[in-house]
Design a protein around this ligand. Structure first.
Ligand code: B1M
Length: 221
């Protein structure tokens, strides 16, 4: 099989949620010399985007979306160590969670993998994280950055609720708050009182590094 056929196969098999085939093709792609990035950005993510578009058009329903998501997660498990293998020193602690009411985690997990690859210590609170859990985890782990993901327009308002709770607990000045997720915009992030917004995992990593460096410089001055 050529690499092009493998990428096309991955795109098609995620679309129909064929987990075993996705795992097999991912392994085959890697054995053929395909890097994790083309597998991710040229096949897996575009396929899930098409799944979302089909769902919007009413051609797909929740079960199809669910099995496609599971198929993608299987491939991510294989790619995780490759995407995260820089061996960089810890550059900071990143506390991450998908907000209350939201079960989407593929995007969050991808951001986590890239952060780990860049040398961050990532503490993942999982999905459907209530405001009080964010507060308790900040008190316990003292992270540099708190990251919140929301993937539904109905759960995005939880950013504001979480930030309000963190402020009420007297912890707002101690942490940088970054938000993201498919429906989130920079304007929305600003309106919620977040410090940063990133549209994708690579931007999240770049911004996280910049913001920590900035804060450390300010602390020294
Ligand atoms: Co749902 N879903 N879903 N879904 N789902 C979306 C998000 C949707 C856009 C589909 C659509 O209509 N086109 C739509 C939301 C519409 C909206 O509100 N704007 C939607 C809906 C409506 C729903 C339900 C309400 C459906 C229903 O029940 N009627 C339901 C909600 C359940 C709930 O949460 N309470 C639901 C359920 C599900 C499944 C469980 C079936 C499954 C989730 C599986 C899982 O995550 N474990 C699922 C899936 C798979 C999707 C789509 C198809 C794929 C999401 C995904 O993983 N994308 C999605 C359609 C789409 O996105 N086009 C859809 C790939 C991922 C790599 O991208 O998540 O954008 P993304 O993450 C990116 C960036 O956003 C960014 O970096 C990531 C990597 O580059 N990022 C950050 C993410 N977090 C960040 C944090 C940061 C910075 C950047 O800083 C902290």
């Amino acid at each position: 099989m050529t690499n092009e056929e493998i990428l096309k196969g991955l795109y098609d098999e995620v679309m129909i949620g064929n987990g075993p085939a996705v795992i097999e093709l991912t392994n085959q792609g890697l054995a053929n010399g395909l890097g994790p990035e083309p597998i991710l950005f040229e096949a897996l993510i575009p396929s899930l985007e098409e799944v979302g578009a089909r769902f919007e058009r009413g051609d797909y329903f929740v079960p199809e979306m669910l099995i496609a998501g599971r198929a993608m997660s299987g491939a991510l498990d294989i790619l995780r160590p490759l995407l995260a293998e820089t061996g960089a020193e810890t550059v900071g602690t990143f506390l991450m969670g998908t907000v209350k009411g939201d079960v989407h985690d593929i995007g969050k997990n991808l951001v986590n993998i890239m952060l780990e690859g860049a040398g961050f210590h990532v503490i993942d609170l999982g999905v459907q994280v209530p405001p009080e859990k964010f507060v308790a985890a900040i008190e316990e782990h003292k992270p540099d950055i708190v990251g919140m993901s929301a993937f539904l327009t109905t759960t995005m308002p939880m950013f504001k609720a979480n930030i309000h709770n963190i402020t009420k607990a007297g912890l707002r000045e101690q942490v940088i708050i970054m938000v993201g997720g498919a429906p989130v915009t920079r304007e929305y992030a600003e309106a919620c009182g977040a410090d940063a917004y990133a549209a994708d995992a690579a931007t999240a990593v770049r911004l996280a590094k910049e913001l920590i460096a900035e804060r450390r410089t300010l602390a020294k001055a």
